[in-house]
Design a protein around this ligand. Structure first.
Ligand SMILES: NC(=O)c1ccc[n+]([C@@H]2O[C@H](COP(=O)([O-])OP(=O)(O)OC[C@H]3O[C@@H](n4cnc5c(N)ncnc54)[C@H](OP(=O)(O)O)[C@@H]3O)[C@@H](O)[C@H]2O)c1
Length: 287
């Protein structure tokens, strides 16, 4: 980019990752244009609306597509509406952007794989086992066919949203939690995800990149670490099986680690240790 930062369009800036990336880039002096479904962004964009009703998208150097129905149960419950966002709307949006000369970076997930093998390489064929993964894999295919870039992320851990704050509150109230002992995560922090997005957005290079923690650890291990950090009674952590809750095997795969060598070789971004990610996130919890 000849030392000049690119103008970036962040699609889905009302979400966790899109919002954090937009804030990070702005704090570094980049020109950022945002879209969200609600107010608070530069443009309002609902990917379920007919595309002729979409706002005119400004010509940016690069766009981060962070808008998605990213909740697995929601994709299962309403595959039609979620596919309108994750596949149809995303494809139409990317096509418009590419036609006007904007490079597209698309956020995807380890769920494009079946989760039955650890450390999947970026060139492995997608083999999703659930609706969310199938939709994201279809999104990837469309983006790659247009010459766009894909960044697959594993679980992005946050101190103030997701499962950790609720667990912390319960433990501090002296009540038990039942984290899964047979469902693993290989998490990264929101900062890791933002750094990877920023680095890829700055580099006009297409491809598939992946970021995950280095090891698949059970949710019960994260809960144990949380209880320890909060000095809560360890007996309050009562590991359970997702199978006993009637949950679907295909939504709880044992492995979400991915091979990160693409990011490492091209950008020097190394794979975080899953244990460190858990501890760093837990350290930021204020129950
Ligand atoms: N967080 C993770 O652990 C994780 C892991 C792997 C991959 N990813 C991927 O990263 C991306 C961002 O995830 P996230 O965690 O930031 O998700 P999120 O917090 O749920 O944000 C999703 C965004 O998509 C927007 N959206 C949903 N439906 C829309 C529609 N009909 N039209 C336009 N925008 C719509 C939401 O808008 P509103 O703000 O209006 O609701 C929100 O801004 C997703 O592609 C996800 O698959 C996330």
């Amino acid at each position: 980019m000849n030392g000049k930062t690119p103008t970036v369009l962040v699609i889905g800036a009302g979400g966790t990752i899109g919002g954090a990336v937009a804030a990070d880039l702005r704090s570094r002096g980049w020109t950022v244009i945002t879209t969200a479904r609600k107010s608070g962004a530069d443009l309002r964009l609902d990917l379920t609306a007919p595309s002729h009703d979409w706002p005119v998208l400004p010509r940016a150097d690069v766009a981060l597509v962070a808008a998605a129905v990213a909740i697995m149960s929601e994709c299962r419950r309403d595959p039609e509406t979620s596919a309108r966002v994750n596949v149809v709307g995303t494809t139409e949006l990317a096509s418009r952007l590419v036609k006007q000369g904007t490079r597209v970076v698309y956020l995807s997930t380890n769920q494009v794989f079946d989760g039955l093998t650890a450390h999947r390489t970026a060139d492995s064929a997608p083999c999703p086992r659930n609706e969310y993964g199938r939709q994201k894999a279809a999104g990837e295919t469309a983006i790659r066919a247009m010459g766009g870039t894909v960044l697959r992320l594993s679980k992005v851990l946050e101190a103030n949203s997701g499962i950790i704050p609720g667990w912390a509150e319960t433990l501090m109230a002296g009540r038990a939690i039942q984290p899964f002992r047979d469902f693993n995560l290989a998490p990264v922090t929101l900062n890791h995800a933002v750094e990877a997005c920023r680095t890829i957005l700055a580099d006009p290079q297409d491809g598939i990149f992946q970021l995950s923690g280095d090891a698949d650890l059970p949710y019960s291990e994260m809960a144990r670490r949380l209880a320890c950090a909060l000095a809560a009674d360890p007996a309050l952590v009562q590991p359970a099986s997702f199978r006993d809750k009637g949950l679907l095997e295909e939504e709880f795969p044992p492995f979400s680690t991915m091979d990160v060598s693409g990011l490492t070789h091209r950008y020097g971004i190394t794979q975080p240790r899953s244990e460190d990610v858990m501890d760093a996130t837990i350290a930021r919890v204020h129950p």
